[in-house]
Write a protein that binds this ligand. Structure first.
Ligand SMILES: C[S@@+](CC[C@H](N)C(=O)[O-])C[C@H]1O[C@@H](n2cnc3c(N)ncnc32)[C@H](O)[C@@H]1O
Length: 252
């Protein structure tokens, strides 16, 4: 059964307290943000915009980013929808989506809009769940969002209405890491696609469950993650993708 779009706002409100009271989570996210920052090209002209900022965490390591989301919250700079961005064509250097891509029912409709607002050489950075043999049961059984591994993906460039809440945690893995989707997305270069182990994250319980290990063990967990990242299909849990629009595909 479909849920209304404002379920996102309920979830954001629910995430505030764990974010403020769970230092382990903040430390883990700090590492994720470091990874995102390595994909920025600081020489590019234009502003950095985060779509779907949620509780607004990326602002701490990246205060210059414009924080946006679908619903108003005091820590945001702007309320906006990723499908209809209120920015001039070619005016942004980067778009960052952290755990947002798998909420986009029509990824191509978003990519079309992203291509419009990005400057030449601009970058779209996605950070997402990665579905491997080990992470699948955790995401599938312990997280409320569906993995939706076999569900059809809507490839139209027009957004279906009325809008509702959508989640498919497996979409980034399916679209960017499975060979059957080579060539997608048309009009973009994928300059980075990396999946890595993150048991430190999975066993932290995230925003909704208690941690399965004490914060003092984080370093040891992370060094295990580093070793296991050599086999992403088996142990991967997170992925990061960097895309850039091809010049001849601009839609202005
Ligand atoms: C799982 S939360 C992630 C929030 C935050 N980025 C984080 O990492 O904590 C997904 C976010 O995407 C936002 N979102 C979903 N669809 C969106 C859309 N079409 N445009 C902009 N934001 C959207 C939701 O409102 C929500 O804040």
């Amino acid at each position: 059964m479909s849920s209304p779009l404002d379920r996102h706002q309920t979830e954001i409100q629910g995430n505030l307290s764990p974010w403020q009271n769970k230092p382990l989570l903040r430390q883990i996210y700090g590492g994720f943000y470091d990874r995102i920052i390595t994909l920025l090209d600081r020489k590019l002209p234009g502003r950095i915009v985060e779509i779907g900022s949620g509780v607004g965490n990326l602002k701490s390591p990246l205060p210059e980013a414009i924080g946006t989301d679908l619903f108003p919250n005091p820590w945001l700079d702007l309320v906006c929808d990723g499908y209809e961005l209120p920015f001039r064509a070619g005016s942004l250097s980067h778009l960052i989506l952290f755990d947002v891509f798998h909420h986009l029912r029509a990824p191509n409709a978003f990519l079309r809009e992203a291509r419009r607002v990005l400057a030449e050489g601009g970058r779209l950075i996605l950070f997402e769940p990665y579905i491997s043999w080990f992470s699948w049961p955790v995401y599938g059984l312990l997280h409320h969002e569906p993995v939706a591994w076999r569900a059809p993906i809507n490839f139209t460039e027009t957004l279906p209405r009325p809008r509702d809440y959508y989640a498919a945690q497996g979409n980034a893995t399916r679209l960017f890491f499975l060979t059957q989707n080579r060539g997608w997305p048309a009009g973009w270069t994928v300059f980075h696609a990396e999946a890595f182990a993150s048991f430190s994250y999975l066993f932290s319980g995230g925003f909704s469950k208690p941690a399965w290990y004490p914060a003092g063990c984080l370093n040891r967990m992370q060094s295990c993650d580093q070793k296991l990242s050599r086999w992403p299909r088996l142990f991967g849990a997170r992925c990061q993708i960097g895309l850039s629009p091809l010049d001849d595909s601009r839609d202005r």
